[in-house]
Design a protein around this ligand. Structure first.
Ligand code: ZN
Length: 347
């Protein structure tokens, strides 16, 4: 018999499994994504390297892969690649440019199953540190929030930073739990995620882009009622519920993607809710890294969510929030698409 606790555990199952020496703690059935919306979405083509953490089948252990332009997944744990653990994305990130070059070679010459037949996990399923996030990084989103808040504060001179707990990390096609006892105001936030490669402290803005390993898509899913009304208005808790941070479907290395003008889209049940460009970001990626690392050490594999554009549910008239059965799609054109179903937690 399912319980609420079981469901939340399932949401975090992959996270827990990754720390248990690769042994999957859940029965195979629980790891199979829902049919339909939960199926992996093939890439739209392009030559970019797409790095995934995946399970070839329900009984296997997580490993790294590269999704080719034709939608096939090359299993990097089967290639003889020196210098990193082929089960851990952060190990590849730490290994540096030579390892990434070797992966490019393996991806170009290898073959594997269609991406629709494997299970993609979050690219870094179990980060050891909170996800960094930037608030109000699109002026239009700041303005729509002002209108709801009824305040008239000035736009901050430095980025607004907060973090999301590690158990927010959720797979690109996995369900997001809906528990009315926790929140009835789940909201969407499409964002470009930056994955740090070379760590550092006091990174100058002019050097900052050299510290980027790559990019991914994240939805900074938020319990808006909790964020705004509870906990003294401090954002951490409402941003940190289990499963409220789907990310993926893959990481595209920095050399393969220019973050300056990427098209960001959120769709709910096929209806476009957010439609913007990273060109509208007030603080660009380099400035964010410089400001965040000011007196604070970033390490390889750190994830930074760079802020959401306008169109969130809370600023709509009337406000709109996600409910069980809703399908939330989070896309960055040329990068990838997440598709997560809002799923009621068993009573
Ligand atoms: Zn956000």
């Amino acid at each position: 018999m399912s319980t609420r606790r079981d469901f939340l555990h399932l949401t975090a199952a992959m996270t827990g499994a990754m720390t248990a020496a690769g042994a999957l703690a859940r029965p195979a059935a629980a790891l199979t994504p829902a049919s339909g919306p939960g199926r992996p979405i093939p890439p739209a083509g392009g030559d970019a390297l797409r790095l995934v953490t995946f399970l070839p089948d329900a009984g296997s252990t997580p490993r790294l892969g590269a999704v080719r332009a034709d939608g096939r997944v090359v299993d990097l744990s089967r290639a003889a690649l020196p210098g990193f653990d082929p089960a851990r994305m952060v190990s590849l990130i730490e290994a540096g440019p030579a390892a990434l070059d070797a992966v490019r070679g393996a991806a170009a010459s290898g073959d594997g199953p269609p991406v629709e037949t494997v299970r993609l996990l979050a690219p870094i399923p179990a980060p050891t540190r909170n996800i960094y996030a930037v608030g109000w990084n699109y002026l239009e989103h700041f303005a729509e929030g002002q209108a709801v808040r009824g305040t008239n504060m000035e736009y901050p001179a430095h980025p607004v930073f907060f973090t999301k707990g590690v158990n927010t990390v959720n797979g690109p096609y996995d369900p997001i739990p809906f528990d009315p006892e926790v929140s009835t105001a789940i909201d969407w936030e499409v964002e470009l995620a930056v994955i740090i490669g070379t760590g550092g402290r006091n990174i100058p803005e002019a050097d900052a882009m050299r510290h980027v390993f790559g990019y991914s898509v994240i939805n900074d899913t938020t319990a808006r009622d909790m964020q705004i009304k509870l906990h003294g208005g401090q954002w951490f808790k409402g941003k940190s519920l289990d499963g409220y941070g789907p990310i993926g479907p893959w990481i595209v290395p920095a050399a393969d993607l220019d973050p300056a003008d990427l098209h960001l889209i959120t769709r709910v049940n096929g209806v476009v809710k957010q439609d913007a460009s990273t060109r509208q970001m007030y603080f660009k990626v380099a400035r964010i890294i410089a400001e965040l690392s000011h007196g604070l050490t970033l390490v390889p594999g750190d994830i930074i969510a760079t802020g959401t554009p306008p169109g969130i549910g809370n600023a709509r008239k009337p406000p709109e929030f996600l409910k069980p059965g809703d399908v939330m799609e989070t896309e960055i054109v040329g990068l990838g698409t997440l598709r997560n179903v809002i799923q009621a937690v068993p009573a």
